[in-house]
Ligand binder design. Sequence first.
Ligand code: ADP
Ligand code: MG
Length: 246
Amino acid sequence: MLKVEQLTKTYQSGSRPLTVLNRVSFDIDPGTTCAIVGPSGSGKTTLLGLCAGLDQATSGEVYLKGHALQQLDEERLAVIRNRHIGFIFQSFQLIPTLTALENVMVPVELRGVAYDDVAGEAERLLGEVGLAGRMHHYPAQLSGGEQQRVGIARAFIHKPDILFADEPTGNLDSETGEQIEDILFDLNAKEGTTLVIVTHDPDLAARCDRVIRLKGGEIASDTGASQYGTSTGETLESSTKSTVTS
Ligand code: ADP
Ligand code: MG
């Protein structure tokens, strides 16, 4: 599903380069759930953005369903993102002037699908995340947990194969956070969506099939690393796939 090969990201900070991701490699199987953990500043958000095609690496490659993301121009990348990738932000990132329903429809409307076709599915998803009674509320009229539910419905509207979530429960109280987690894992179970979740929450990480720990821009540990050791940066073909267990 996702294959990250020797991924490096270096920022030019002042006169000297700052490497925030250093030759990171791993592979994620379809339908699995993976947590990315690590101290603040270890490169988690940077890694997620690169995997989702939101950012350009300094070197290395990200293969998403076989597409080499680094090779694509912005237009083709947008198509891949819109077809295969969902993204959930810690800060929700809803459009304030649109209702919950309209926010959920945005990714599909960008594709030019007719309103009526999309609206039904958006309503269904909002119902599924427990917002049947809030479809016509604006973000400012919703609680944080409710806004994140809208964010989840929006991320699922185009049935992504893989969903990236950057600390999706980070701005929520623990009870609300747990409900959000349940929704995510439920959608993983029902729709088979691969989940990659950055989190500081050990309980959330423990619910995932696999935990990759970053430290200083490198993989410090990986519970799903194969016996051949993808985390050392060696590239493998299919051998990781068959040896990952949970
Ligand atoms: P995490 O999500 O694990 O907290 P980030 O991926 O956000 O870490 O950031 C990793 C490091 O990269 C941090 O030290 C941060 O300061 C640095 N960084 C992130 N974005 C930029 C940028 N645009 N320019 C320079 N440095 C950046
Ligand atoms: Mg971060």
